[in-house]
Design a protein around this ligand. Structure first.
Ligand code: CTP
Ligand code: MG
Length: 229
């Protein structure tokens, strides 16, 4: 068994709007991306970590990897224009022996070990697994005229997070199709769904936030203080 983790960290953080890309902002004494990488470094099931980064951030990333002894990092690859391109670049450098690939956003620093492990386990039996939480709000479909057309059935709705874990061969096939057919996706599992595979649901936690806006940063400081794993 060999499991590779891909951490896409090449975003510009436009919605955060800070001069420093959000993955490098300090949270509870260290950069957000370091919190995230440490979760994977400490996970016994992970054999290697690949990070996608903008070329301008490579040197800083190398220094941080040394400083925080992230010995599992095997590759720093160049990020692409879209998240999908960043993951695709990393995917082409995954170890030849890997059978499972886990993808996790650099800006979700609170992921619990048990969720990483559960996603990997489920990917072994179901080929694909996605950590997700039940939607709490009522979700409606709006139209161009600024009106709601209908209300969706909340009992079947989930908000997808990462980690998402896949059989490597399946993820390679999904990305090959996306590249061939110019398909855009905001997460990896939606590409796998286009191959008619139904990823298994791993019920996650509302703590596993993606740090996207300044508000999230405030909440992240609160969560970081009650670090629990
Ligand atoms: N990401 C990436 N390559 C891109 C875009 C995003 O590796 N071209 C990464 C981000 O660094 C982040 C994760 O994908 O870890 C989730 O993306 P998101 O939260 O959207 O981050 P950004 O794209 O940086 O933010 P924004 O969309 O606000 O610009
Ligand atoms: Mg983005």
């Amino acid at each position: 068994m060999f499991t590779s983790a891909i951490i896409p960290a090449a975003g510009a953080g436009e919605r955060m709007g800070t001069a420093v890309s959000k993955q490098f902002l300090t949270l509870h004494g260290k950069p957000i991306i370091i919190h995230t990488l440490e979760r994977f470094q400490l996970c016994g099931a992970i054999n290697e970590i690949l990070i996608a980064i903008q070329p301008s951030g490579r040197r800083q990333m190398e220094l941080l990897i040394n400083e925080f002894h992230l010995s599992k990092v095997s590759h720093i690859v160049d990020g692409g224009r879209r998240r999908q391109d960043s993951v695709s670049n990393a995917l082409s450098h995954v170890h030849g022996d890997a059978d499972i690939v886990v993808v996790h956003d650099a800006v979700r620093p609170f992921v619990q070990q048990k969720l990483i492990l559960a996603a990997i386990e489920k990917a072994r039996t179901h080929s694909a697994a996605v950590v997700a939480v039940r939607v709490k709000d009522t979700v409606k479909m709006g139209n161009q005229e600024g009106r709601f057309e209908r209300t969706l059935d909340r009992s079947v709705l989930w908000a997808a997070q990462t980690p998402q874990a896949f059989a490597k061969s399946l993820l390679l096939e999904a990305y090959a199709k996306a590249n061939r057919e110019n398909i855009d996706a905001t997460d990896d599992s939606s590409l796998v769904e286009l191959l008619n595979v139904q990823p298994a649901i791993v019920e996650g936690s509302f703590d596993n936030i993606k740090i996207t806006t300044l508000d999230d940063l405030d909440f992240a400081s609160v969560l970081a203080r009650r670090f629990r794993d």
